[in-house]
Design a protein around this ligand. Structure first.
Ligand code: UDX
Length: 442
């Protein structure tokens, strides 16, 4: 199959590389010439484990290439994927579809034979139909079908998610389009991945419903965590036990500083808008958005309380600023709320993050970047774990405590056992949703 992938952002690049690994001939298109140059040189603009090797392998095999020339890529393609950004539109929470519609127009002009135009970007219900209308209006001769094919890739595990998906969702209106899509994903049938074929609107809704459900699950446990702290329960024990109920499931029940990233905040807000526009307010999702915001802000108070009510003049070592491990993505990361608040309250913040510096330097002015957690902890008044990178999971706690001015830990991902932290000489510890401790003042 010949495939054009429009947009080499996170979703487009991972999808393009993985589809070429299936044996398809893939041309990835981007309007940013610097990005195309970079990719052509074999450089990957984002950090995603395994992507560089897979990309190099398929470029070498002659199945994968990059260009700024959209028309050339679309020429002769069996399928054209639109994977451009759909950021939250400023002011109203709607997904901004400017890039999707502009791509549709350009694809329409370039179509020269039957092709399926597949939208991979997350778009509000009804968008695929509009994409079809735009293509038909721009080029009335064009022979095409539209398809909706939402992605469910987790950053940091995207290749594995693409290669071993729980399911592939394909929204189509014709059997011809369904056949093309089945051929594209045929390699996955060996792995028994179900291809769920639906109508266009259902495919679009599935993506929002899945992300809103997951965001709800995380927020539910974060709210239970708040109650655990007040009542003396331990949210880790609660989550484990409820997760063993097969109807609930153990995933996405880790209490923390609130969800972030490029998808959950954007998609929950878009779903809330879609609900309002259709006269069916998404009350659960609206509440989830508000509670997540509260959860994030509560983390600031947690750190202040741990530091005796004020961080003014104190040194805080922050371990991890990306929204989750194994990514350099800082979008909607809890650190973007928490770190500026600490600086605003007079703290000196030192940051260690295995991949976050490149993005983080622009977004977190006023912090000192270091590479070693022990160096960051030296003379500090509090160590705050914001992202559960593997590098921070096995720290020598005694060494850490020994280096600090006052050994206190805010473990906002619950990666340490408070008993081990106490035994290592820490004076104070706070996790999320379980008992912390604070040594009485001498
Ligand atoms: C998510 C979805 O998982 C994916 O299917 C979708 O297509 C895009 O959005 P991603 O944003 O990469 O993927 O990250 P994910 O691993 O889902 O985590 C999202 C956020 O939730 C992170 O901030 C993470 O730290 C947080 N989270 C996740 C928790 O706080 N607790 C959990 O139990 C799970």
């Amino acid at each position: 199959m010949k495939i054009a992938m429009i947009g080499t952002g996170y979703v487009g690049l991972v999808s393009g590389v993985c589809l070429s690994d299936f044996g398809h001939e893939v041309v990835c298109v981007d309007s940013d010439p610097r990005k195309v140059e970079m990719l052509t040189r074999g450089e990957v603009p984002i950090y995603e484990p395994g992507l560089d090797t897979l990309m190099a392998r398929n470029v070498q095999a002659g199945r994968l290439s990059f260009t700024g020339d959209l028309a050339a890529a679309v020429h002769g393609a069996d399928a054209v994927f639109i994977a451009v950004g759909t950021p939250t539109r400023r002011g109203d929470g709607h997904a901004d579809l400017t890039y999707v519609f502009e791509a549709a127009r350009q694809v329409a002009d370039a179509l020269d034979g039957y092709a399926v135009v597949v939208t991979k970007s997350t778009v509000p219900v009804g968008t695929n139909r509009k994409v079809g209308e735009i293509i038909a209006a721009t080029n009335p001769q064009a022979e095409f079908d539209v398809a909706s094919n939402p992605e469910f890739l987790r950053e940091g595990a995207a290749i594995d998610d693409f290669m071993r998906p729980d399911r592939v969702v394909v929204g189509v209106e014709t059997t011809r389009a369904a056949d093309v899509m089945r051929d594209i994903y045929r390699p996955l049938s060996l792995r028994d991945a179900p291809i769920v074929t639906t109508d266009l609107e259902s495919a679009e809704m599935i993506k929002y419903a899945a992300n809103a459900f997951l965001a709800t699950k995380i927020t539910f446990i974060n709210e239970i965590a708040m109650l655990c702290e007040r009542t003396g329960a331990d949210v880790k024990q609660v989550a484990r036990a409820i997760g063993l109920d097969g109807r609930i499931g153990s995933k996405f029940l880790h209490a923390g500083p609130g969800y972030g990233g490029s998808c959950f905040p954007k998609d929950t807000s878009a779903l809330a808008r879609i609900g309002q526009d259709n006269g069916v307010p998404m009350r659960i999702t609206e509440t989830v958005i508000a509670v997540n915001d509260h959860v994030r802000r509560r983390m600031i108070d947690k750190i202040l309380d741990l530091c005796g009510g004020s961080v003014n003049g104190k040194a805080i070592a922050v371990l991890g600023v990306t929204f989750k491990p194994n990514t350099d993505d800082m979008r909607e990361a809890p650190s973007l709320t928490i770190v500026p608040a600490l600086i605003g309250a007079g703290a000196q913040v030192r940051v260690v993050d295995p991949q976050g510096r490149r993005e983080g330097e622009k977004l977190l002015p006023g912090v000192t970047w270091l590479t070693d957690p022990y160096e960051a902890a030296t003379g500090a008044d509090c160590v705050t774990i914001l992202t559960e990178w593997n590098e921070f999971r096995g720290l020598d706690l005694e060494r850490l405590a020994g280096a600090m001015a006052v050994p206190r830990m805010a473990d906002l991902r619950n990666i340490y056992d408070p008993r081990d932290v106490a035994a290592a000489g820490f004076e104070a510890y706070e996790g999320v949703g379980r008992g912390g401790f604070s040594a009485p003042a001498a």
